[in-house]
Write a protein that binds this ligand. Sequence first.
Ligand code: ADP
Ligand code: ZN
Length: 520
Amino acid sequence: MSDLDRARAALRSIFGFEDFRPGQDEILSAVLDGEDVFAVMPTGSGKSLCYQLPAVLGDGLTIVVSPLIALMANQVAQLRANGISAAALNSSLTWDETRALRDDVAAGRLKLLYIAPERLMMAETQRLLAAAGVARLAVDEAHCISQWGHDFRKEYLALGDIQEALGAPQVIALTATADVATRSDIVARLFRREPRVFVHGFDRPNIRLAIRRKDGAGTQIAAFLEEHRGESGIVYCSTRARTEEMAATLAGRGFRAIAYHAGMDMETRARNLDTFLQEDGVVVVATIAFGMGIDKPDVRFVAHADMPKSVEAYYQEIGRAGRDGLPADTLTLYGLEDVKRYRQWIDQSEASDEQKRVEHQRIGALVSLCEAPRCRRQALLAYFGDRSEPCGNCDVCQDGIVGVDGTVAAQKALSAMYRTGQRFGREHLIAILTGDATDQVTARGHDRLPTFGVGQEFSKVQWRAIFAQLYAAGIADIDMTEHGRWFITEDGREVLKGRRTVELRRDAVEAPAKGSRKTA
Ligand code: ADP
Ligand code: ZN
């Protein structure tokens, strides 16, 4: 009988479950093989089983580090109900209870010991555990170790260092946080050897995805809501002022729209929340503060009037739709003004340079998702490390944003960067490409470059779209520390040398030029 067969048998006889949930079997195989494992799965997908079952099947003690004392008690009660010897060591125990627990640990009577991180940091606790022998260290809510995450706890930082003192146990880390930067931080800080990484279950197939360029957000959002009259939904805006404005715009068009943000007094906020939860067909226009912990299963749509601030945030926010599993619709608008605003916020923040770099990358990843001529869900899940097929339930799959060969256009843009020493911003480069002899261009003699005027087949508007896609595809990059100068990446050099082709969205490069609309 293989390890996994034994695990399945135990799943039935001890836990009373029919079969594994998606992902559990793979993770369990790796854990039972003795590998260090890092599992990323959404809340409620059954992560706990991935260390509980090995704890029951294997020898020795499994320690479970968890920051939430209330949840610990719950888990311990469930395990005991299944006949598994488990306990929790935390500040809620009396002195007598603590002593009895220590005796159980020392005598090897426990399979699972839940423990709060601050307790585990105490030398006394470590001595006790080391003497008893720790076989496995399971770290729940593992994102707490990362400062990039949303829930950093400094006691978690020491989890990497104390493993030695515990006798170098096998490490099993779990989180529902899918953000890539946070994940690589977890791997670096927590694991002493390369873990097997598993990412599962982030797909929410009932949620339709659509992302569009912002072109009059009020009108675009109203048109979207028109298809959802009488349904409950959320419209996210980036600032308090914009929620008020948008709520008024939508109310003016006959929607039951109410604003919600942290700047409102408690009473109004509570009343608006009540209205949303209890009545049908209410649209909440909110900042991102709205939604955490709000469990309304029949939210039928989520719209973003402004671009979210990362792929992770996008995923969390659209994920508030369709919790009942029934079809739900989303629309996310994005514009370069959003990107600019976020980038300014980041630059002006107090964060360290390293953190700023990560935040800029997060913005870039979301822009890529918005611009890519690829199934939205496929791109979204790929960002989380989950592979999938085109979904058939997103704007790209349904409306067919077709990619066309844009290699020549890309080469022109790249050579404009190259010929000017990769020291100039987008508008200057576009002026060169379209043969616009601005003062700046002539002052630097750039009107005499061979690249001058080679891109007149596209309007300035089209060139801006092309530049955004080159950025999205990682072919060119923007140096934010130097006035947004554009430069050529490693991949871009391959394109310039003709060793790599580039696909562009047809709607961006073949749509009729919008005349001479000037945007800065
Ligand atoms: P997570 O830690 O991922 O948020 P949990 O481990 O708390 O999720 O599991 C969520 C629920 O799913 C629990 O009630 C758990 O008992 C149940 N569960 C876990 N695995 C299975 C399974 N294979 N079959 C049925 N129910 C399961
Ligand atoms: Zn799709």
